[in-house]
Ligand binder design. Structure first.
Ligand SMILES: Nc1ncnc2c1ncn2[C@@H]1O[C@H](COP(=O)(O)OP(=O)(O)OP(=O)(O)O)[C@@H](O)[C@H]1O
Ligand SMILES: [Mg+2]
Length: 228
């Protein structure tokens, strides 16, 4: 039986700039079950990144409620919220944001090491197994500048998974990659979703890539719709 991992209730998000108010998300309701692989499509400027940032607790909402794994985010203490943000959610962006002075392996280990310096060996084992899952174990000692775009993004995916997040969020993870490499990245996401039952929400402009996911939703006029 599946259970709810994410619930968005009546989410509203506005930006105001120069006396103009942009109402980006309007009374949005959405539920994601554990293990689902969802892709979000929608035209440029429709608010996809805003929505992903809201789910990833990187941006605040104006009203509504977000439940992650049954817990209402606003009801958590600041410490609990921070730990949910840092460990409960994995984020992959269009740009990889790997740290240039560290190797692939070190980059993957870092988010886990920050909380547990004493568990270095365990974290290294896990990082290696994640690098293997994304087909990058042979490049573990390479620095980001010695990796191709697709390889960097695969390392970024491994890094996003190091803290075993409840939800993996990816905002156009293949936006800078060619078609073939994009397909490979999506296949990796699909495998992780299937084999580890990892819940994944990905924003993409590619209908072909979205076809690999379980469910496609469109962000339109501030709400998510399943059929256009
Ligand atoms: N910090 C901000 N302040 C004001 N307006 C913003 C801010 N961030 C985003 N916006 C506006 O909100 C709207 C939605 O932006 P968002 O980045 O979520 O779109 P998107 O669907 O991800 O687009 P794309 O496909 O081009 O990445 C845009 O009109 C954008 O200009
Ligand atoms: Mg965007």
């Amino acid at each position: 039986m599946s259970r709810e991992i994410l619930r968005l209730e009546n989410i509203e998000k506005k930006y105001s700039s120069n006396s103009e108010e942009l109402h980006i998300i309007r009374n949005l309701n959405f539920v994601v079950e554990e293990g689902e692989f969802i892709s979000i499509l929608g035209r440029s400027g429709s608010g996809k990144s805003t929505l992903l940032n809201v789910i990833g607790l990187l941006d605040k909402i104006d009203s509504g409620k977000i439940f992650i794994d049954g817990k209402e985010v606003e009801a958590l203490s600041e410490t609990e919220k921070d730990s949910l943000k840092n460990q409960g959610i994995g984020f992959v962006f269009q740009f990889h944001y790997l740290l240039p002075e560290f190797t692939a392996l070190e980059n993957v280990m870092l988010p886990a090491l920050l909380n547990n310096f004493d568990k270095k060996e365990e974290i290294e084992r896990k990082a290696l197994s994640l690098l293997k899952k994304v087909g990058m174990e042979e490049r573990k000692s390479h620095k980001p500048s010695q990796l191709s775009g697709g390889e960097k993004q695969r390392v970024a995916i491994a890094r996003a998974l190091i803290n075993s997040p409840k939800i993996l969020l990816a905002d156009e993870p293949t936006g800078n990659l060619d078609e073939e490499t994009s397909e490979m990245i999506f296949k990796i996401l699909k495998d992780i979703n299937k084999n580890e039952k990892q819940t994944i929400i990905v924003v993409t402009h590619s209908k072909d890539l979205a076809d690999i996911s379980d469910k496609q939703v469109y962000l339109k006029k501030g709400v998510l719709v399943e059929n256009l």
